[in-house]
Design a protein. Structure first.
Length: 535
């Protein structure tokens, strides 16, 4: 594969697929694949993330968090931005390893279930619910804060009558409110780093807590909840399903199910724990960058402080040098503004899953389409197909949320429709009755959180945000993986029930044997790797 392995099209990043693979290269590819499995499943991946990547990242954040931006030289501020960005990129590599391991084991379990019980519509997500996660921890702490509001007539009245955007100022006006804001600040210190996307130009929850305050208002208006009790119920349901599924298989399938389930349940939860810290350095990075941007506005090299995010390092260094001599670089101000406008224009595009859009994802003789994160749907018709990631069915109006700027438009009791979700979107889940996305699969953040909240979800429809309008009634079938647009252009289509999986006969002995061979190869590779380490 030529380098770099990523390319951008209209500002969107794509993994390049112009590799040249012939049969002569097949042995090398096979060896690389075995080496990859050794790294992923040899035990060193978790150690690398937990003992090296994460401590290094957190230590770097703490070091720069202690810097007072107002007293630091311009060059020092820029150095902090660069080091935090680089350290986050290194941490992302560790996350990628954790994601890969979770995705492989989940994919194997899902493939096995589809082949071993094709008539039962079993998905891997049914068995990956209820595990400890920072998402549930954050919800539990927010429920405690909501409980404090419910327990105070003054706070309850204030929160009910004040728009979420104005709550901090209103609460600051009373002693009880100030005490509550102190507790809320502690919450944001623990969870406020959660990001809306991987671009640090976008404020984090700590920078803009409005989504959290919206969720808080919704919680206060509802009966007291117990996220831990809900999680225990989900665990009980999961374990019952595991037991039922295990009993339904013959001895060979039973053994394979237990093996693949064990892998998926071991590695899946680690993925969410690793992703929780993605962007942890963004609040500190943004604080340093915005101080530098403010200074460059004063010197005339920028129009707004956050325009600094649209300059490259040499350009920022040139602006700093100009400020020292009392000059300005108005050309950089124009350039930053042009890039900002270009970015806003590109955000209105709807990027295809692959380029060109009709490309079939293959790796040599192997079909890789099962690993795609979007289904192909026609631009017309009332039924959208996606990935069934969280079971159940629900019919309700939709709230189409395109970015964090639209969070105020989220109506409680509606189905959240969006392009994709990241940890910072989690507060919206407490208001949602279902989830539909353009992009995502069984291990996407949205699918994991939807299962923890017990709401039906269909991900990876590709075009949901362009086909569905806010307020439109839709039916989400988290078992069949379909979204039906009610009152849409194709009434006949909409009136039909969601298509159910076609019952097929049990797989042949050859199919089961091939599945066993694949799983066995992984077991052998893992055992060999453990043996090598011991020697």
């Amino acid at each position: 594969m030529d380098r770099p392995i990523f390319a951008t099209v209209n500002g969107y990043a794509y993994l390049r697929a112009d590799y040249k693979l012939g049969w002569t290269g097949f042995p090398k590819m096979l060896r690389a694949l075995i080496d990859e499995f050794r790294v992923l499943f040899g035990g060193k991946t978790s150690a690398f993330w937990r003992e090296r990547a994460l401590p290094s990242y957190l230590n770097t954040i703490e070091r720069w968090k202690g810097l007072d931006p107002s007293d630091a030289p311009d060059e020092r501020l820029l150095a902090g931005v660069r080091e935090l960005a680089l350290e986050d990129a290194r941490y992302w590599f560790a996350c990628a390893l954790m994601i890969a391991r979770a995705k492989v084991t989940d994919g194997l379990l899902g493939y096995f279930l589809a082949k071993a019980a094709p008539h039962r519509a079993l998905t891997s997500g049914m068995y990956l619910r209820g595990f400890p996660s920072p998402t549930v921890d954050a919800e539990t702490e927010l429920e405690v804060l909501a409980g404090r509001v419910r327990g105070s007539e003054e706070l309850r009245s204030l929160v009910a009558d004040t728009p979420a955007a104005d709550l901090p100022e209103a609460l600051e006006g009373t002693p009880t409110g100030r005490d509550w804001l102190t507790a809320f600040a502690r919450y944001l210190d623990r969870y406020g780093h959660q990001i809306y996307n991987l671009d640090f130009v976008v404020p984090t929850q700590a920078d803009d807590p409005l989504p959290v305050l919206l969720s808080l208002k919704a919680m206060v208006g509802q009966p007291e909840g117990d996220p831990r009790a809900r999680q225990r119920a989900i665990v009980a349901e999961r374990e019952a399903r595991v037991e039922e599924t295990t009993r339904s298989f013959d001895p060979l399938r039973r053994q394979l199910f237990r093996l693949l389930l064990g892998w998926a349940q071991r590695f899946g939860p680690e993925r969410e724990q690793a992703l929780f810290y993605m962007g942890a350095g963004w609040p500190t990075l943004r604080r340093l960058a915005l101080e530098l941007g403010r200074r460059l506005v004063e010197s005339g090299s920028l129009l707004e402080a956050d325009d600094v995010f649209f300059l490259q390092t040499p350009e920022i260094e040139a602006a700093i040098a100009a400020r020292v001599t009392g000059q300005n670089r108005s050309d950089l101000a124009r350039q930053a503004r042009e890039r900002r406008e270009l970015r806003e224009a590109r955000k209105r595009l709807h990027p295809p899953p692959v380029v060109p859009p009709d490309h079939k994802l293959r790796f040599g003789p192997f079909d890789m389409s099962p690993w795609e994160t979007q289904r192909h749907n026609e631009p017309a018709g009332a039924v959208l197909r996606g990935f069934a990631v969280s079971p159940g069915q629900v019919t309700a109006p939709a709230s189409v949320i395109c970015s964090s700027a639209d969070f105020l438009q989220m109506e409680p009791g509606t189905i959240l429709v969006c392009s994709t979700t990241t940890p910072a979107w989690t507060p919206l889940f407490s208001q949602a009755r279902g989830l539909v996305t353009d992009v995502g699969g069984i291990l996407a953040h949205g699918s994991i959180v939807a299962r923890e909240y017990g709401i039906p979800a269909v991900l990876g429809t590709g075009i949901a945000t362009t086909r569905i309008k806010s307020g439109q009634n839709i039916r989400v079938d988290g078992d069949a993986g379909t979204v039906t647009l009610l009152g849409g252009t194709d009434e006949a289509d909409a009136g039909r029930p969601s298509p159910q999986p076609v019952a097929r006969s049990l797989p042949s002995a050859k199919t089961v044997a091939l599945s066993a061979l694949a799983a066995g190869a992984m077991v052998v590779a893992a055992a060999w790797w453990r043996n090598q380490r011991q020697n």
